[in-house]
Design a protein around this ligand. Structure first.
Ligand SMILES: Cc1cc2nc3c(=O)[nH]c(=O)nc-3n(C[C@H](O)[C@H](O)[C@H](O)COP(=O)(O)OP(=O)(O)OC[C@H]3O[C@@H](n4cnc5c(N)ncnc54)[C@H](O)[C@@H]3O)c2cc1C
Length: 418
């Protein structure tokens, strides 16, 4: 069984790894070197407990308000493009408590064994920085903390044991927090990794397993015969296989059309900046400012912003500056960097309902898709890779994939891509 994987981000790399360790022959094709973009610049959090889908009650109203502020953490670039409008309509429809809770439950189930699988990766020789000190959500507004209590029963069902910290309890837990912080939620089982190191370790292990990794080869066309993909092409190169997996992140929207489908995957751009280390006890979510703070051995990573706009990795300095300012409110003794920082951008693959899109692709008997992991690609990668490997190699449809079926976008129920 020869599987060709299109896309070498965290989703393509982990799926290629699960396929190869089960004995499949794998070719992985990427438009550039593997592990760049979102898979490199992300905050590295493995956070099932924070896996609520983006669309939820009040999200549309908040987004509209934030559209007026150039430094807001969420921005939707207005457009009259019909596919954009229908994506936003789909998002509006999904922005309710029932859909968000169902999506959260689907994410939690998919991520149930994620931490153990990351341990397995390391046991199999992958060398990447991983921390297990948990994750703190810090709130300067009590109502934002209260809002997060709604789903704690779900989280507890998966043994994630949150601690609610009110008032000074939060400072006892993390002495570097300022008096502006009114409370927090601590999840002891969450982890974080150095995402660039994870991608490099996956790449190296794939090479060790004999996977053929072809870089700088953007897939441009797909040859379909009798309801099957026969080959994909990049320039003069042709890749023939038995199975084809499309895992091209934010680029999947346009690429899905080559497979006769039209998936509504759009980019949700975010930024990260690495600054001097800061001695936090754990990864910390500056929850009201929507900035992720990740302590790594060589630096502190700040990440944030969700911009719905074009398929590009251009940097908006105004929003980067807002990310850099956010810790001033939350931490005592925080000093903004004195030397220039190098912001990086990455595009999260977003869907209208905020859920991944995983399963068979385009009515073809040997094509599959795994993308749309939004803000959770690292968190959901191991579960997604295992379930997709089951489907690709054994034709076994895991019940975990049910909420994420591509078919939910056919029939116009939710928006289609440009
Ligand atoms: C600022 C930021 C912070 C984040 N923080 C977290 C976090 O803390 N935890 C978490 O779980 N998630 C986080 N995420 C989300 C996570 O990074 C993404 O969900 C994840 O990277 C998506 O992985 P992917 O493999 O689907 O896509 P990508 O990483 O974008 O990979 C897609 C790959 O497809 C390739 N490709 C594109 N077009 C073609 C083509 N034509 N032919 C061949 N290859 C092609 C690209 O070159 C790329 O390598 C964050 C994202 C951002 C931007």
């Amino acid at each position: 069984m020869h599987t060709v994987v299109i896309g070498g981000g965290v989703i393509g790399l982990t799926t290629a790894y699960h396929l190869a360790r089960e004995g499949a022959t794998v070719t992985l094709v990427d438009a550039r070197p593997t592990g760049l973009g979102a898979s490199d610049v992300n905050a590295g959090w493995i956070v099932p407990a924070e896996a609520a889908p983006v669309p939820g009650p009040g999200v549309v109203l908040t987004s509209l308000k934030w559209m007026l502020r150039p430094d807001s953490p969420l921005y939707i670039r207005p457009s009259l493009n019909p596919s954009f409008l229908s994506f936003m309509f789909g998002m509006w429809r999904a922005s309710n408590a029932k859909a968000q809770r169902a999506g959260f439950a689907g994410h939690l189930a998919l991520a149930e064994h994620t931490v153990e699988v990351f341990d397995e990766y390391r046991a199999d020789g992958m060398d990447f920085e991983m921390h297990n000190e948990g994750l703190l959500m810090a709130f300067t507004r009590k109502e934002n903390l209260d809002h997060h209590l709604t789903h704690l029963d779900l989280v507890k069902r998966y043994g994630l044991e949150p601690t609610v910290l009110v008032g000074d309890d939060v400072r006892t837990h993390e002495p570097l927090l300022s008096d502006a912080v009114e409370g927090g939620l601590f999840f002891p089982k969450e982890r974080h990794v150095d995402p660039g190191a994870l991608a490099r370790a996956l790449h190296d292990r794939l090479v060790g397993l004999g996977v053929d990794i072809v870089e700088n080869a953007p897939v441009e066309s797909v040859e379909i015969r009798n309801g099957r993909v026969r080959a994909i092409r990049s320039g003069s190169r042709t890749f023939i296989g038995d199975r084809f997996l499309l895992a091209a992140g934010a680029w999947t929207g346009p690429l899905s059309k080559l497979f006769g489908a039209s998936l509504p995957v759009r980019p949700g751009k975010g930024y990260s900046v690495d600054v001097e280390p800061f001695a936090l006890r754990s990864a910390t979510n500056l929850s009201d400012a929507k900035v992720a703070v990740t302590p790594l051995s060589r630096n502190l990573r700040l990440a944030g912003t969700m911009e719905f706009g074009g398929l590009d990795e251009d940097i908006n300095q105004v929003r980067v500056d807002a990310i850099l300012r956010a810790p001033t409110t939350y931490f005592r003794g925080w000093e903004p960097p004195r030397t220039p920082v190098r912001p990086q951008a990455g595009m999260r693959p977003m869907t209208p309902d905020g859920l991944p899109v995983m399963g068979r692709l385009g009515g073809l008997s040997n094509a599959y898709v795994s993308t749309g992991h939004g803000m959770l690609g690292v968190t959901l990668a191991p579960g997604s890779a295992a379930a997709m490997t089951d489907l690709i190699l054994r034709d076994r449809q895991s019940p975990l994939l049910a909420p994420f079926a591509p078919a939910r976008f056919s029939g116009g129920r939710l928006a289609h891509a440009s």
